[in-house]
Write a protein that binds this ligand. Structure first.
Ligand code: SAM
Ligand code: DTB
Ligand code: SF4
Length: 331
């Protein structure tokens, strides 16, 4: 193994393209061993964080993201809805709490929120917190004042993905730029909200794009607290519906390099688990993924059933974060 890693655990580290590429190209066993080692320095390897998603405003989005079922530019059959009511979100938060979830994430198909809608979302955040859950929202682009308002409402995390490399970005979305995306992330961080940002694998991007995406995330002034790695959900009617499915080994490599390059971030095995075998998901956990979405629906596409997830976690001896830890194995 030729990759040189200088251990400076407390120093902020700038990753080079060469170092990130080298990990992508390393023998699989070396890559997974390193990812597991780094993972164990910062996390309990037998715990995963559970989040639940609710789409509070579905469809009719003015943006043209080529992967997305909710863009008004594509004919996908997703029916636009109005913004959910506060009461509906309270009911969702109670159900999430009862099912052992730690965090509730609200998603809205907006380019950016309108003032009146932001008032409603702030009330929803208050309701989620009142149930004793962590809150996360993803509402599109934010200005500084909007970020401050969400922070004042008690928001824990803001999800805003960079999705892919800077070079590939304009082939996926034309109605905004990577710099728009990075600007929102800076304002979210500036308001004191935790940052959740990752991307999508399997959109026809090259390995160099996957390297570029992780490099951009890892070299942010502070890496995201949470890094969702989504496998593209191919939705009929979207421009990316015909993309070839991503090779499972390459997906695990991406998760492992995310873990190595962002050692303290929670890496979420996000969209795409429905299509993955249990064995592929197990490899992703070994590679350092330590968060998943549970519940049978993501925003508009399916996610594994509760029974399938319970069986998977049970067979792997993985505990949900917040649950009492299982006895450690000592040979
Ligand atoms: N409109 C907001 C935005 O784009 O930031 C929030 C909602 S948007 C659906 C949240 C994220 O979901 C996107 O940034 C993308 O990474 C992910 N996503 C959307 N459609 C997806 C798909 N078909 N497969 C995988 N991930 C997807
Ligand atoms: C993220 O990175 N993945 C989630 C969440 N953040 C908002 C969304 C996945 C959406 C998958 C496609 C859909 O269900 O429409
Ligand atoms: Fe709209 Fe977000 Fe979908 Fe893009 S990813 S079309 S911004 S909902």
């Amino acid at each position: 193994m030729t990759v040189q890693v200088v251990e400076r655990p407390d120093a902020p580290r700038r990753w080079t393209r060469e170092a990130v590429s080298a990990w992508f190209e390393a023998p699989f066993a070396d890559l997974l061993f390193r990812a597991q080692t780094v993972h164990r320095q910062h996390f309990d390897p037998n715990q995963v964080q559970l989040s639940r998603l609710v789409s509070i405003k579905t469809g009719g989005c003015p943006e043209d993201c080529g992967y997305c079922s909710q863009s008004a530019h594509h004919k996908t059959g997703v029916k636009p809805t109005k913004l959910m009511t506060l009461e509906q979100v309270v009911a969702a938060a109670r159900a999430a709490k009862a099912s052992g979830t730690q965090r509730l994430c609200l998603g809205a198909a907006w380019r950016s929120p309108r003032a009146r809608d932001l008032d409603t979302v702030c009330a929803m955040i208050g309701a989620i917190k009142a149930e004793g859950l962590e809150s996360c929202v993803t509402l599109g682009m934010l200005d500084a004042e909007q970020a401050e308002r969400l922070a004042a409402a008690g928001l824990d995390y803001y999800n805003h993905n960079i999705d892919t490399s800077r070079e590939y970005y304009s082939l996926v979305t034309s109605t905004r730029t990577m710099d728009d995306r990075l600007g929102t992330l800076e304002r979210v961080r500036g308001a004191g909200i935790k940052v959740c940002s990752g991307g999508i694998i399997g959109m026809g991007e090259s390995r160099a794009d996957r390297v570029g995406m992780l490099l951009l995330l890892a070299n942010l002034p502070q890496p995201p607290d949470s890094v969702p790695i989504n496998a593209l959900m191919r939705v009929d009617g979207t421009p990316l519906a015909g993309s070839s499915s991503i090779d499972g080994i390459e997906f695990v490599r991406t998760v492992a390099v995310a873990r190595i390059s962002m050692p303290r971030s929670v890496v979420r095995l996000s969209a795409g688990r429905e299509q993955m075998s249990d064995e592929l998901q197990a490899l992703c956990f070994l590679a350092g993924a330590n968060s998943i979405f549970i519940g049978e629906q993501l925003l508009t596409t399916p996610n594994p059933s509760r029974e399938r997830d319970a069986s998977l976690l049970e067979r792997l001896g993985i505990q949900p974060l917040g649950a009492p830890a299982a006895p450690a194995c000592s040979e």
